[in-house]
Write a protein that binds this ligand. Structure first.
Ligand code: PGA
Length: 250
């Protein structure tokens, strides 16, 4: 069975609520491609206005983070119920910026993964190596570790619905996209890791994105690779360019 591509924008810490509504209104007609899943992952404060602005379109809304407890004394955090009640379907977990600046670890990512599944939110779990790791030749060892810990105690049925985003850190926001061969090699390696943890059927179903300076020019070749099922797009998701990325197959 062919996997449906999933192309997600990661707005990061950009767009005030009013700017967010304006951007959704601009992008709505440009991202109308029913052949792919289109997700806007937006700052928490933008979620409600973006869900409202996206009504009647093919845009689904995601969060950029989530806490792993149900509720309580966790000042500043957002719970899974808050997200689902607001209309959120996806959540980005373990982005390298959260790992680097906010002490996110594969262990906390795993707790969040389990919580997301429990609440019917689809996780987009990020993994990716530093330039140093790539140069040392340990890329795949490092990523396998991130994937294995991230998916601890996740059932095969849950894993089938998950999204993994492979994002080499050296390619994020640098304008330096990984080559198609580099991206496909790691995405293929991640799929093989899923076979080892689960089975072929799970690996066939799970969707693996590439992220890191994806733009309208690089998207078609990247997304045509057998193991790349779409992209997680930062900078270019804030521009009309995102329409061209979503319509990479037109
Ligand atoms: P970028 O960001 O497209 O701006 O490189 C990707 C990401 O961090 O998800």
């Amino acid at each position: 069975m062919a996997r449906k591509k999933i192309i997600a924008g990661n707005w990061k810490m950009n767009m005030t609520p009013s700017e967010a509504v304006e951007l959704v209104n601009t992008l709505k007609p440009l991202v109308a491609n029913e052949e792919v899943d289109v997700v806007f992952c937006v700052p928490a404060i933008d979620i409600i206005p973006v869900v409202e602005a996206a009504k009647g379109s093919n845009i689904q809304v995601g969060a950029e983070n989530m806490y792993f407890e149900e509720k309580g004394a966790f000042t500043g955090e957002i719970s899974p119920n808050m997200l689902t009640d607001a209309g959120v379907k996806y959540v980005v977990l373990g982005h390298s910026e959260r790992r680097e600046y906010f002490a996110e670890t594969s262990e906390t990512v795993n707790k969040k993964m389990l919580k997301a599944f429990e609440h019917g939110i689809t996780p987009i779990m990020c993994c990716g190596e530093t330039l140093e790791q790539r140069e040392q030749g340990v890329t795949m060892d490092f990523i396998r570790q991130q994937v294995k810990v991230g998916f601890l105690n996740v059932t095969a049925d849950q894993a089938k619905t998950a999204v993994i985003a492979y994002e080499p850190i050296w390619a994020i926001g640098t304008g330096k996209t990984a080559t198609t061969e580099q991206a496909e090699e790691v995405c293929k390696g991640i799929r093989e890791c899923i076979v080892e943890i689960y089975d072929e059927a799970t690996a066939d179903a799970i969707r693996i994105q590439y992220g890191g300076s994806v733009n309208a020019k690089t998207a078609p070749e990247l997304f045509a690779q057998p193991d790349i099922d779409g992209g997680l797009v930062g900078g270019a998701s804030l521009k009309p360019d995102f329409g061209a990325i979503v319509n990479y197959n037109k």
